[in-house]
Design a protein around this ligand. Structure first.
Ligand code: TXA
Ligand code: MG
Length: 331
């Protein structure tokens, strides 16, 4: 069965709501990446997400909401710092991990005592959430461990026969996943850098959140092998990139390149993408670029490293995971 990719008209949104109420899966756009949605109050429907993604069942999923007033249905305690972040960045690319309300199922939290909550700002996600008027559990709509989807076509390529429909909201604005801030009591901790930058969190919190450590709740996006293309990928500096290109070419090996500052050599035959030097535009295109590089079926993908600064940190995080390969860190 092939899932229809639908223009998100009012009828399509209402049809998606019916699918969700019937316990089916619906893929929908958010400003970060596409989500694979199910009714968060229906554990059987949430379990279908795990089967579709082939993701281990003890991984928690984020519950998407329409408005802040719904927070008290899902979280038992909202620390002042969490309220401040919610007021500043919702709707938007921020996920808060809070103590769960008693009604939240283990299927959603992976058995943990905290739940991930986010109010997205993409207009299609907002219209869907408003019409559904409940929580929609949704991880990124890709197979476990693969590159997150930023277009409806990416979702269809990965999960086609597992979803009832794909709402097409165009290419995602932000292009990388939400920033995740977990609360252990009243203390904020950064679990995953993302669409909201570190300086923006500091501005609202008045200090930097703690960085995640070994005691942190499990987040599959924090596994080393996440966001990986199938082709082996290497992260190299601009200087090393030129030398590596020469070496691989000498050995007659095919390379695909994602560069930032190095120009494509005139005689270069395979895929060479010059990414934007603006971090927002770089993030917007990143997953589509990784998919295009992967599709080149080269022997290796070379990725030029990005600056080590706050505005590039979420991108640096995704690149280092994409280039670490599949290893024992994956669970
Ligand atoms: O931008 C995003 O966050 C996208 C869109 C669709 O909203 N969603 C997304 O979901 O990236 P996912 O499941 O691919 O990544 C969410 C991460 C996972 O690593 C998950 O383990 C973690 O958030 N997470 C969710 N709930 C959690 C919880 N209760 N405790 C700890 N980590 C949690
Ligand atoms: Mg994901």
């Amino acid at each position: 069965m092939t899932a229809p990719i639908l223009v998100p008209t009012r009828d399509a949104i209402l049809c998606a709501v019916e699918c969700l109420r019937a316990g089916q899966l619906v893929a929908f756009p958010t400003e970060t990446v596409y989500g694979l949605g199910a009714d968060a109050r229906n554990p059987a429907a949430v379990r279908r997400i795990f089967a579709a993604k082939r993701r281990p069942a003890d991984h928690p999923v984020i519950v998407h909401l329409h408005e802040i007033a719904q927070l008290s249905d899902w979280a038992s305690h909202v620390p002042p710092a969490a309220s401040a972040l919610a007021a500043a960045f919702w709707p938007g690319p921020l996920t808060l991990i809070l103590a769960r309300h008693t009604g939240v199922s283990d299927a959603v939290t992976g058995g943990q005592d905290r739940v991930g909550l986010r109010i997205p700002r993409h207009p299609v996600a907002r219209e869907l959430l408003e019409a559904f008027s409940g929580g929609i559990a949704a991880p990124s709509a890709n197979r476990f461990g693969r590159i997150s989807p930023t277009t409806a076509r990416h979702v269809a390529d990965d999960l086609d026969n597992a979803v009832s429909m794909i709402l097409d909201g165009g290419a995602c604005d932000v292009g990388i996943e939400s920033t995740i801030v977990a609360f252990d009591g009243d203390e904020p901790m950064l679990l995953r850098p993302g669409g909201i930058g570190g300086h923006e969190l500091r501005r609202v919190l008045g200090r930097a959140p703690r960085l995640s450590n070994a005691d942190a709740p499990r987040a599959s996006g924090t596994l080393a092998s996440h966001y990986a293309p199938r082709t082996p990928a290497m992260l190299v500096t601009a200087d090393a990139l030129q030398a590596e290109v020469a070496q691989f070419t000498d050995r007659d090996e095919d390379i695909a390149v994602l560069s930032l500052s190095v120009r494509k050599p005139v005689d270069f035959a395979t895929v060479w993408i010059n990414a934007s030097t603006d971090p927002l535009a770089y993030a917007h295109d990143l997953y589509a670029n990784l998919r295009a590089l992967d599709a080149a079926n080269a022997d290796v993908i070379l990725i030029e490293s990005v600056p080590d600064s706050d505005e590039w940190s979420a991108i640096g995080d995704r690149l280092s995971r994409a280039t670490r390969g599949e290893d024992d860190d994956r669970d």
